[in-house]
Ligand binder design. Structure first.
Ligand code: FMN
Length: 342
């Protein structure tokens, strides 16, 4: 029998062991298709979809996804338990593997809707929402949250939030390990400025060992992931996965003890071209797909020029295969000339 790498647990790994974070405008179905070529086992999350958009908007546009995306979770934004339950039913009907409630987004628009991070001030309401969703579907209902609001760093606040929501049946908590400051910071600043306190997520796991605790925030690279997995059940990676997608290519082997699905970057790029061709037949311009893979060759010779070709809007009338051929040229020339990595 082949030796199991030390970082793969002897027992079946948690389905939440490695997750790619929900990211608005980024983790659409094309991005998830791309990530799935790099890891078969990472759990993927949609962008946040609000209950209003789902109940009154174009449901197929928000919910359709490809069979290859599993396991994939729908993230909801909302606070009204009956609306959330109705949306959870839609998620189940569409075939999602999980429904996740956003209790971490600090944007002013979301605050006006009284959901996202401000829900951390209302654990009883979140518990009601979780219960309503669990009563409506048999999918796992999970919560993604912060570790506090404003400058208050009391552990009791997040412990009581998790305890109350867990009592309503939520078994999986994705902990973005920094506070949300609801005043004075933009959403982007709220992902960088409030300090990371991973020890809070670790303490939650120690205090609630039966819960699945997934830590998120500022985690990049296999070593950092492995270090977190010594304390918690799973790691969710956001920006690092998006900007440096090739880092996903080692995950299956290292963290799930399974063969890596991607042969090399060129094979992934070619698979994406074929996908763009299928999407083009359905009316989707290649640029809507290609924008998610611009980091694929980062660190390799010719990467900057390659990126420029795939983001050149003057080429938007050309088929993806033509753009692909053009994009190969700079990489080849750079490699032949020994140009250093960009
Ligand atoms: C462009 C962008 C959009 C995001 N949209 C969402 C979202 O829709 N729902 C959510 O829960 N978090 C959202 N986040 C936050 C991420 O899920 C994650 O919690 C955060 O980026 C911290 O993880 P990271 O340091 O690994 O990126 C977003 C982050 C970014 C960069």
């Amino acid at each position: 029998m082949p030796a199991v790498p030390a970082s793969v647990p002897a027992v079946e790994p948690s389905p939440w062991r490695l997750c790619v974070a929900p990211m608005l405008d980024w983790t659409d179905r094309h991005c998830r298709h791309f990530h799935r070529l790099l890891s078969k086992h990472a759990r993927l999350y949609t962008e946040m979809v609000t209950t209003g958009a789902l109940l009154h908007g174009d449901q197929p546009r928000h919910l359709d996804f490809g069979d290859e995306e599993h396991p994939v979770a729908l993230q909801l934004g909302g606070s009204e338990p009956s609306d959330l339950a109705a949306c959870a039913k839609l998620a189940e009907r569409w075939g999602y593997d999980e429904v996740n409630l956003n209790c971490g987004c600090p944007s002013p628009r979301v605050q006006r809707g009284a959901f996202g991070a401000c829900l951390m001030n209302e654990p009883a309401l979140v518990a009601d929402a979780v219960k309503a969703m669990r009563d409506a579907v048999s999918l796992p209902v999970t919560v993604k949250h912060r570790i506090g609001l404003g400058k208050d760093e009391s552990y009791a606040f997040v412990r009581d939030f998790v305890g109350t929501v867990a009592a309503a049946g939520c078994e999986v908590f994705i902990v973005h390990a920094r506070n949300a400051w609801l005043e004075g910071l933009s959403p982007k600043e709220n992902r960088d400025i409030p300090p990371l306190r991973y020890e809070v997520a670790h303490r939650l796991k120690a205090e609630f060992p039966a819960l699945t605790i997934v830590v998120n925030g500022g985690i990049a690279g296999d070593e950092a992931i492995a270090a977190q997995l010594a304390h918690v059940d799973g790691v969710m990676v956001g920006r690092a996965a998006y900007h440096e997608p090739w880092t996903l290519a080692t995950w299956d082997e290292r963290f799930f003890g399974e063969p890596a699905p991607a042969q090399d970057r060129a094979a992934v790029e070619l698979a994406m071209v074929r996908y763009m061709e299928r999407q083009a037949a359905a009316g989707v311009p290649w640029a809507h797909v290609a924008r998610h893979m611009l980091g694929l060759w980062n660190g390799e010779a010719g990467a900057r020029r390659w990126r420029q070709v795939w983001s050149d809007h003057r080429l938007k009338g050309e088929p993806a295969a033509v753009v692909h051929a053009l994009a190969q040229r700079p990489a080849r020339v750079a490699a032949e000339q020994g140009v250093p990595a960009a």
